[in-house]
Design a protein around this ligand. Structure first.
Ligand code: FNR
Length: 371
């Protein structure tokens, strides 16, 4: 279909499945085991309903916000997804350029196909970038990567904590990861790889499963960047991060690619917001500890639900990959334009003129089970 026929973020997935090379589709679309968590990620949003307000003057609505102190044209950022060149020769640069054009933030993955510096160089001056970190068993490598990213102006370090071992993504494992693959991460980064079990496993063998809470003090000692844990999945760990002075958490199950039957981030947000209030006396959103959600976000209404429940912003992954793999850079422009259009209409219909006016009373979460 022509790009003009694309009406929603879901449409990109349907097109991508038809037009993407099999190996790329397998890597991007796959999730762990039976992919139940991946399916649940979007479905969980369907259990939350709106309580809109009427008769407010909604001529002007504004969905811009600030994320870790930086302006963003919407409460959405491009989350880190590895191997950007599997879907398109320009790889992650598609995302960088779109982020610049649309005033949103991109999180650069450790396992990008393009080199880190290539991506940073492609950003316009003033463009805000975050960095997603996989922690290497060799901490001198991690230290070098972290300090280099800070020197290059990265504004937030998102340490992935849900992947001490990569999940089994069987669609991907059925494909072999070839040595001369042009999309391979720069220098496969971290040593020898096993190419017999798909892309994900080939590139991830350097990740340190010994990572633990005590290591976080070391991170604080080597960088001044805000530190955010990506992949928190229950209120206990979110409060631990809060107590230890971290700057935020991403409630995420890695797009369903890690532990199957992990709950969706939006569901975890409900309990995290409640427990922060009850046990620590703080009401989200707060500047000093920002809570993010990712997984299954496909509509502005999904984003609005997360914001109502106290999230600062949400991450979107696969839809942008599908958009540029199918239509190149224009595809991501279209995806972001769709989101902007959806924000405008839905904020009017909800009776919220600004992000601050999207409040908890506007959502009914009684179908969400709280642990
Ligand atoms: C990811 N994700 C991810 N996360 C991370 O911390 N490091 C990584 O290298 C990757 N790589 C990656 C590759 C691909 C192809 C996907 C789809 C996802 C997880 C990602 O940051 C995010 O948690 C999910 O993608 C969010 O779910 P949706 O928006 O894809 O449904």
């Amino acid at each position: 279909p022509r790009l003009s026929e694309i009406l929603s973020l879901h449409d990109f997935e349907a097109v991508a499945r038809q037009v993407m090379p099999e190996k790329a589709w397998a890597y991007y679309s796959s999730a762990a085991d039976d992919e139940i968590t991946q399916r649940e990620n979007h479905a969980a949003f369907h259990r939350i309903w709106f309580r809109p307000r009427i008769l407010r003057d909604v001529t002007k609505v504004d969905w811009s916000t600030t994320i870790l102190g930086h302006k963003s044209s919407m409460p959405v950022y491009i989350t880190a997804t590895a191997l950007g060149k599997l879907g398109h020769p320009d790889g992650e640069l598609n995302l960088t350029r779109a982020a610049t054009r649309h005033g949103i933030i991109q999180m650069i993955p450790t396992l990008a196909s393009c080199s880190f510096d290539e991506i940073v160089d492609a950003a316009e001056p003033g463009q805000v970038l975050f960095f997603q970190l996989y922690v290497n068993k060799d901490r001198s490598i991690t230290k070098r990567i972290v300090q280099h990213s800070e020197a290059r102006g990265i504004k937030g370090l998102f340490i992935t904590v849900d992947a001490p071992q990569l999940g089994r993504r069987e669609k991907d494992m059925r494909q072999k990861f070839e040595a001369d693959d042009p999309s391979e991460v720069s220098k496969a980064k971290q040593g020898n790889v096993d190419r017999t079990q798909g892309a994900a496993r080939a590139i991830s063998s350097f990740i340190d499963p010994s990572l633990n809470w005590a290591d976080l003090e070391w991170f604080r000692s080597i960088t001044k960047m805000p530190l955010i844990l990506k992949g928190v999945q229950c209120w206990e760990d979110a409060l631990e991060a809060y107590d230890r002075g971290l700057n935020g958490v991403v409630l995420s199950n890695h797009g369903g690619r890690q532990l199957d039957f992990a709950r969706s981030g939006i569901e975890v947000l409900v309990e995290v917001a409640a427990k922060l209030k009850k046990k620590r006396g703080v009401t989200l959103p707060i500047d000093t500890f920002q809570v993010f959600v990712d997984g299954g976000v496909r509509r502005a209404t999904d984003v609005i639900k997360a914001v109502a429940l106290g999230a600062t912003a949400v991450g979107i992954g696969r839809p942008f990959l599908y958009a540029y793999s199918s239509y190149g850079a224009e595809g991501i422009d279209k995806a972001l334009q769709i989101l902007h259009d959806e924000f405008e209409m839905n904020m009017r219909l909800l009776g919220s003129r600004t992000i601050r006016e999207i409040v908890p009373d506007m959502v009914d979460t009684s179908n969400i089970h709280m642990h």
